[in-house]
Design a binder for this molecule. Structure first.
Ligand SMILES: Nc1ncnc2c1ncn2[C@@H]1O[C@H](COP(=O)(O)OP(=O)(O)OP(=O)(O)O)[C@@H](O)[C@H]1O
Ligand SMILES: [Mg+2]
Length: 430
C-alpha cells in the first residue's frame, strides 16, 4: 500500500527536521514547500531526506496556495504541516484546498494577527489583556490615556514572533520609541506593511505556556510549561521547564481559558502553543496563541519528560489518524538558552555541555567570528541545551550549573575591548 505523502511548509529548523525525519522513518515521502533563499540553507541530510520540493513565494498567498496545491496533488500528498509561525494560515488554506485535516482557514487568521486575536478572544469570552490598535501618534496618545491600558503597558508588533519589537513601557516618555521598535520589525514573507502597532494592558503574574493537540475539535492539553523570561523592557525567554504541577483549581482555569482560545481562532486539527500569565490570585490571562507546536525545544522536552512522541502525534493528527497523546514517562526536562551579554563579534566559546546522560540535546548556532546581538529577541539566542531527570529541582540546578560553565568572549561594537563573561542569565524573572 502506498502511504500518503507529507508536505511541510518550510522544512528549516530543528522542529521541522525532526518532523521530516519522523515522517520519512514511517515510510512517507516527505516534500517541502519553500522559498529559493530558504532552500539554499537546507543541510545535505534534509535535502537527501526530501522526496521533492517546490519553490514558491509565500508572500503571494493566493498564487502560493494554487502552486503548492497543484504540486501536492501531483505527488499524492495526504497531510500538510508546518511548525513555522508565519505559515500557519497558509497551511490552513492548503488543507482546505486539498480537503485534508486542517484548521479553519477563515478564523485561523486570528492566530497570526494579534489585533484580530484580541477581537476573537474577547468575542469568545477569553480573558485577554485590553488591546488597542494604533496607527499614528495621536492614536498612541489616546491609547496611553485610556484607563483600560494604564502603565506599565506593552507595545508590540501586529504579527511578530520571537519577542522581537515587544516592549514593556513604564511611562509615556518611552512609548514613541517602543512604537517605532514595534513598527520596525521586518515583515516575514511580506506580512509587514501595516503601520499599526498594538498597545496592550500589562498582565502581571507568572508566565506559562500550554501545549495542546486538537483532533476533530477535541483538545488534549499535553503539559503546562514554565517560561523563564527576562525582566525589564524587553522580555526574552531564557528557558522553559516542564511539566508544571499547578494547583488543580488553577490548572482547571488555565485549561478552560486555553480551550476557549483554541476554539476562538479556529484550531480544529493540529498542535497549539498558548501563552498565559497567571496572577497571584489565580486569574489566568491569555497573552497569545500559535496554531503550531511550540518552538524553543519544547517538543524535545515533552518527548523526554513525558515520553510523548510529538512528531508522530503531529503526523497522525495531520493524516486524520488517532494520535497517541498519553504520557508514557513522568520525568522533568528543562532547556536553557545561551545569549550574549552584548552586541559585538563572537571571538571564543568554551564550556558548552555535550550530549550525554541527562543532556539529550545541545545546539549551537552562532558562528565564531560572526556578529552576535544583545538578547532583545528570541532570535538572538546563540545556542541551547536540554537537561532531563526525575527530580525537577535537581534538573534545574544542573541546568543552571551547566549554563554557568558556558563562557563566551565577545568583542563589543565598535571595536571596544574584548570581554569574557558567563553567558547572560541576568534579570531572570522568578
Ligand atoms: N500584555 C502583556 N502583559 C505582560 N507581559 C506581556 C504582555 N504581552 C507580552 N508580554 C511579555 O512579552 C513577551 C513577548 O510577547 P509576545 O508573546 O506577545 O510576543 P511574541 O513576539 O509573539 O513572542 P514569542 O514568539 O516569543 O512568543 C511575553 O512572553 C511576555 O513576557
Ligand atoms: Mg509570545
Amino acid at each position: 500500500m502506498t502511504l500518503p505523502g507529507v508536505l511541510l511548509l518550510d522544512a528549516a529548523g530543528p522542529e521541522a527536521g525532526a518532523l521530516a525525519t519522523a515522517a520519512a522513518a514511517r515510510g512517507h515521502q516527505v516534500h517541502a514547500a519553500t522559498t529559493a533563499t530558504a532552500y539554499k540553507g537546507y543541510g545535505p541530510k534534509l535535502k537527501d531526506l526530501l522526496a521533492g520540493h517546490i519553490v514558491t513565494d509565500f508572500a503571494r498567498s493566493g498564487p502560493a496556495v494554487d502552486e503548492i496545491a497543484a504540486y501536492a496533488r501531483r505527488c499524492g500528498v495526504g497531510a500538510v504541516l508546518t511548525v513555522n509561525e508565519y505559515l500557519t494560515e497558509l497551511a490552513a488554506h492548503l488543507c482546505a484546498e486539498l480537503a485534508v485535516p486542517g484548521n479553519d482557514p477563515v478564523r485561523v487568521h486570528a492566530a497570526r494577527d494579534k489585533a484580530a486575536m484580541a477581537k476573537a478572544f474577547t468575542a469568545s469570552g477569553v480573558c485577554t489583556p485590553y488591546t488597542v490598535l494604533v496607527r499614528d501618534s495621536a492614536g498612541l496618545r489616546a491609547a496611553l490615556a485610556d484607563p483600560r491600558v494604564g502603565f506599565p503597558c506593552v507595545i508590540k508588533p501586529l504579527s511578530g514572533a520571537g519577542s522581537a519589537g515587544v516592549t514593556v513601557v513604564s511611562g509615556p516618555a518611552c512609548a514613541a520609541a517602543a512604537a517605532d521598535a514595534a513598527r520596525a520589525v521586518a515583515g516575514v514573507y511580506g506580512s509587514g506593511g501595516d503601520p499599526g502597532v498594538l498597545v496592550q494592558a500589562y498582565a502581571a503574574g507568572t508566565e506559562y505556556s500550554v501545549e495542546s493537540f486538537t483532533q476533530d475539535g477535541t483538545t488534549t492539553h499535553l503539559t503546562v510549561t514554565r517560561k523563564q523570561v527576562t525582566g525589564g523592557a524587553s522580555r526574552v525567554e531564557t528557558g522553559h521547564s516542564l511539566p508544571v504541577d499547578l494547583p488543580p483549581a488553577i490548572e482547571a482555569a488555565v485549561h478552560r481559558e486555553v480551550g476557549a482560545a483554541i476554539g476562538a481562532v479556529g484550531i480544529r486539527h493540529g498542535a497549539s502553543h498558548t501563552e498565559v500569565i497567571v496572577a497571584a490570585d489565580g486569574r489566568c490571562t491569555v497573552i497569545e496563541i500559535g496554531a503550531r507546536l511550540a518552538a524553543g525545544q519544547i517538543g524535545v522536552l515533552i518527548q523526554h519528560a513525558l515520553g510523548i512522541d510529538v512528531w508522530a502525534a503531529l503526523l497522525d493528527v495531520a493524516l486524520g489518524r488517532p494520535a497517541q497523546l498519553a504520557p508514557t514517562a513522568c520525568g522533568c526536562a528543562t532547556v536553557r538558552f545561551v545569549t550574549s551579554p552584548c552586541a559585538g563579534r563572537l571571538t571564543s566559546l568554551s564550556g558548552l555541555p555535550t550530549v550525554g546522560p541527562g543532556v539529550p540535546f545541545v545546539r549551537w548556532r552562532a558562528a565564531l567570528g560572526g556578529p552576535v546581538h544583545a538578547p532583545d529577541a528570541n532570535g538572538h539566542r546563540l545556542g541551547s541545551f536540554v537537561v532531563t531527570g526525575s527530580d525537577a529541582a535537581e534538573v534545574e540546578e544542573r541546568a543552571d550549573a551547566l549554563l554557568r560553565q558556558v563562557r563566551i568572549r565577545v568583542e563589543p561594537h565598535p571595536n571596544g575591548p574584548g570581554q569574557v563573561r558567563p553567558a547572560s542569565t541576568s534579570a531572570i524573572a522568578p
